[in-house]
Ligand binder design. Structure first.
Ligand code: FES
Ligand code: FES
Length: 154
């Protein structure tokens, strides 16, 4: 077992793991009980597991625990709270931008990273940013509308 020191949602955390290649997703969900990021494909293809690392939307199923180091990890739980949601989280609620909701973590985290680097993306930029995030329920139009709302464009 080795100890991996992480900074998650602004808090120093330690995860014990025997495999340094263990996906960050497993450490977040199983060791740290942060269930916002979801296991979808486990292959980097769906985006359900997205977290933000140093401002960049990253697929945590493809991120070895040992590669994270001292970079800042933000999960859905750290983005906002029920009392004080991030503007993307609030917009998803206002637009009811989910059916099953399984993709919502990845859609929200990817959109939050987009808005952090560009405050008012247009619809084409939002669609491009979310193009590799899959939604099996076909909620894309509501999701895009929610991100437009969060960007102050709807
Ligand atoms: S679970 Fe990570 S991309 Fe699908
Ligand atoms: S709302 Fe079900 S996968 Fe997107």
């Amino acid at each position: 077992m080795a100890a991996f020191h992480l900074t998650v949602n602004g808090v120093a955390r330690t995860v014990e793991a025997s495999d340094p290649n263990q996906p960050l997703l497993y450490a977040l969900r199983n060791a740290l009980n942060l269930k916002g990021a979801k296991f979808g494909c486990g292959l980097g293809q769906c985006g359900a597991c997205t977290v933000i690392i140093d401002g960049e939307a990253v697929r945590s199923c493809q991120t070895p625990l040992s590669s994270v180091g001292d970079r800042a990890v933000t999960t859905l739980e750290g983005l906002g709270s029920p009392e004080n949601p991030h503007r993307v989280q609030a917009a998803f609620i206002e637009e009811q931008a989910a059916q099953c909701g399984y993709c919502a973590n990845g859609m929200i985290m990817t959109s939050a990273a987009l808005l952090a680097r560009k405050a008012k993306p247009d619809e084409a930029e939002i669609r491009e940013a979310l193009a590799a995030n899959l939604c099996r329920c076909g909620t894309h139009d509501r999701i895009v509308h929610a991100v437009l709302r969060a960007a102050g464009r709807a």
